[in-house]
Write a protein that binds this ligand. Structure first.
Ligand code: ATR
Length: 277
């Protein structure tokens, strides 16, 4: 999607994938900086490790506790400018870490699930890195009630304690709610592999108690959870929009241009689903 967007605006840039071992995140980042890259994205399992390895953290990375986008910057007359937007020069360079995932989730809930997370009650499945960032961002957005359910309850307890401390106005509990909710959000990895069980116990919490179900998984396009939710009459969306919006935000940070979002959406759908969804 990034390359399609570069082509659409006539930028002679390229986006490449590199596999990096978790032991070499710092070296890979300084190598990319020294080789004149404009920036990088990081994905599983590097997003938390990268907090330690960038020179600066944007407020988004500090707030949501993970880095998925790094912008390389050059110093010019006392200011730091993204390398991709600065005139070439021999001045100092640095790396700055951002998180574009958390805002992308909120945008995807609004645009793709068509549910406003502000004032919503949300049942959040999972308590890993992605789930924790989602919980914090939803609390910041003004979600009224958050219910955290995870295979390992102690991790959900930790997330709940952090939210209670940072966002005291939000009702946060571990376990299934007694009430209906606006949104069920799957942030576990259950549904990625064929034969995975549901990430939710539908005997304890039937899906028709939710208005909408969002699954961060985008491949397969329809997880068993989403299929069941659709059959239960819920609005549903997979995680492709979140992937798109975090990518578009990173692209804008590097280039300083408005991302051609429909070009990116079309390219992403083609790459992920081979043109069929
Ligand atoms: P990410 O960075 O994508 O959040 P993660 O931190 O490894 O990845 O988190 C994965 C999430 O999926 C966790 O909530 C995990 O539950 P645990 O905290 O109990 O490990 C959940 N998960 C993964 N496999 C699971 C399974 N087989 N059953 C239930 N939950 C599972």
């Amino acid at each position: 999607m990034h390359n399609a967007a570069f082509a659409a605006v006539g930028l002679d840039w390229v986006y490449l994938g590199c596999e990096v071992s978790p032991d070499h995140v710092g070296q890979a980042l300084s190598g990319a900086l020294r080789m004149g890259f404009c920036g990088v994205n990081l994905t599983v399992p590097h997003k938390i490790e990268a907090l330690e390895w960038v020179d600066e953290l944007d407020v988004s990375a500090r707030e949501w506790g993970a880095v998925n986008t790094v912008v390389f910057e050059a110093e010019k007359g006392g200011d730091w400018l993204p390398v991709g937007q600065a005139e070439p020069g021999g001045g100092p360079l640095r790396s700055k870490g951002y998180n574009t995932d958390a805002d992308a989730l909120v945008r995807a809930l609004k645009e793709d699930l068509r549910i406003e997370p502000r004032s919503a009650r949300v049942l959040l499945l999972g308590a890993g890195g992605a789930a924790r960032a989602a919980a914090l961002r939803l609390a910041d957005e003004g979600a009224l009630e958050l219910y955290l359910v995870n295979r390992t309850p102690s991790k959900a307890e930790d997330s709940a304690a952090e939210i209670a401390k940072r966002f005291p106005a939000v009702v946060v509990e571990v376990g299934y709610p007694n009430s209906d909710v606006e949104i069920i959000l799957n942030a576990t990895s259950l549904g990625l592999k064929p034969g995975d069980p549901f990430p939710i116990d539908i005997n304890l919490y039937p899906l028709d108690r939710a208005d909408g179900v969002y699954d961060m998984i985008y491949r397969p396009a329809q997880t068993p959870l989403l299929r069941a939710a659709r059959e239960a009459g819920c609005q549903v969306s997979n995680g492709l929009g979140m992937l798109l919006y975090q990518g578009a935000a990173a692209w804008e940070l590097w280039t300083g241009l408005a991302a051609p979002i429909e070009v990116m959406r079309e390219a992403l759908g083609r790459e992920v689903y081979g043109g069929t969804q």
